[in-house]
Write a new protein. Structure first.
Length: 212
């Protein structure tokens, strides 16, 4: 291999290593309102005949693949921006790869050891705060808001991210919200702030009490 091709190969390798990972908007395993919208649109077009349940399973994936084939789209079974646009769906998911990584890190640090639904619920609380007037309107702003999450101060935020946290972040970003719209959560066994107990209780998942 001559010098020119060695340089080209090196550039390609660096690009692959440093390129941000793409986030599928909705894919196999996803749940939420966007999946429901996808199923409804596919059903209207005759591609999907199973139940409209908001769960991106095999039937939904196969329907997406067939729709993609008929519309000159990459038939990968992933409902990314181009597929959503072709279906006439405006994606509400404007989060990028950095947001995804950040949310997964927060979930891992705050909910390590919790059930999967408990992890998704923690992610949902972060996203619920973004649209609430009492909190910053960006994901990073919510996570790094002073005093908002103890893991930022105690070093847990810098620990390795668990695989389940990545999946939980994806599902939260895709609209899953086991917290029921909560904007607060706390562990009643360790909470020392009396004010947090005054927040209206919505649901308890594992060791966390989720509140409005």
């Amino acid at each position: 291999m001559n010098k020119f091709f060695k340089i080209v190969a090196l550039v390609l390798i660096i690009a692959l290593i440093t390129a941000p990972a793409a986030i599928a908007v909705s894919m196999f395993g996803s749940r939420g309102d966007e999946v429901t919208a996808i199923q409804r649109k596919l059903s209207e077009r005759g591609y999907y005949s199973a139940g409209i349940d908001g769960i991106f399973g095999t039937a939904t994936k196969n329907a997406v693949v067939n729709f993609q084939k008929d519309n000159a789209l990459t038939p990968d079974g992933i409902a990314g921006p181009n597929t959503l646009s072709a279906l006439g769906i405006d994606s509400a998911n404007s989060y990028n790869s950095a947001d995804y990584q950040l949310l997964a890190r927060l979930i891992s640090a705050e909910a390590r050891g919790e059930s999967y639904m408990g992890q998704v619920a923690v992610g949902a609380v972060v996203l619920n705060r973004i649209s609430h007037p009492s909190f910053p309107d960006t994901l990073a702003g919510v996570i790094y808001q002073k005093g908002a999450f103890s893991c930022i101060a105690d070093g847990q935020f810098d620990e390795p991210v668990s695989d389940s946290a990545y999946s939980a972040a994806r599902d939260a970003l895709n609209g899953m919200d086991p917290s029921g719209g909560a904007i607060y959560y706390f562990n009643p066994n360790t909470a020392t702030n009396s004010w947090i107990w005054s927040r209206p209780h919505i649901v308890t998942i594992g060791n966390h009490r989720f509140c409005a």
